[in-house]
Ligand binder design. Structure first.
Ligand code: SF4
Ligand code: SF4
Length: 145
């Protein structure tokens, strides 16, 4: 049996295609976050970027996402040490921490269905900025909850 690439290739050594394929498309990193100015702690909210489709959990124009006017960040290899702000199910964070991918990951199952079924995406769990009166009401400890 062949070892999958994410178990025998470091993040640094992956091809661009391998790197991109790690993203499960959960949409969690497309939620707005708040930072505590004193502790620098990051809090996820359930408020999604305006370009996120809440059903597919995909960006409405991924190729042009940096023109969205939203704070869309590119995950790059030179920032691997900073991936702790990502959700704890994010493939990039998991591999950066020496862990492996969860069994529902699309690279293992072949589709996003099991991820959605396991509740590991933001599908149907988000609101948009237009719905927000008080940001603090939208804070969640973890984007799964
Ligand atoms: S949290 Fe990670 S795995 Fe999920 S969509 Fe964002 S980059 Fe991809
Ligand atoms: S613009 Fe960026 S943050 Fe917004 S949905 Fe697209 S990928 Fe996510």
């Amino acid at each position: 049996m062949t070892t999958p690439f994410w178990e025998n290739t470091s993040l640094d050594s992956m091809t661009e295609e391998q790197w991109e394929s790690l993203c499960d498309g959960c949409g969690k990193c497309c939620l707005h976050k708040l930072m505590d100015e004193d502790s620098d702690e990051v809090y996820y909210t359930n408020v999604a970027c305006s370009w996120l489709n809440s059903k597919t959990c995909s960006c409405k124009d991924y190729l042009n996402r940096f023109e969205s006017g939203e704070e869309c960040l590119k995950l790059t290899r030179d920032k691997i040490d900073e991936f702790h702000w990502l959700p704890d199910t994010c493939a990039y964070r998991l591999l950066a921490e020496g862990k492996t991918l969860p069994e529902w990951h699309p690279l293992i199952t072949g589709s996003k269905s099991e991820m959605h079924a396991a509740g590991e995406s933001v599908r149907n769990k988000v609101v948009y900025e237009i719905d927000v009166v008080d940001w603090e009401d939208h804070i969640q400890n973890h984007p799964n909850r």
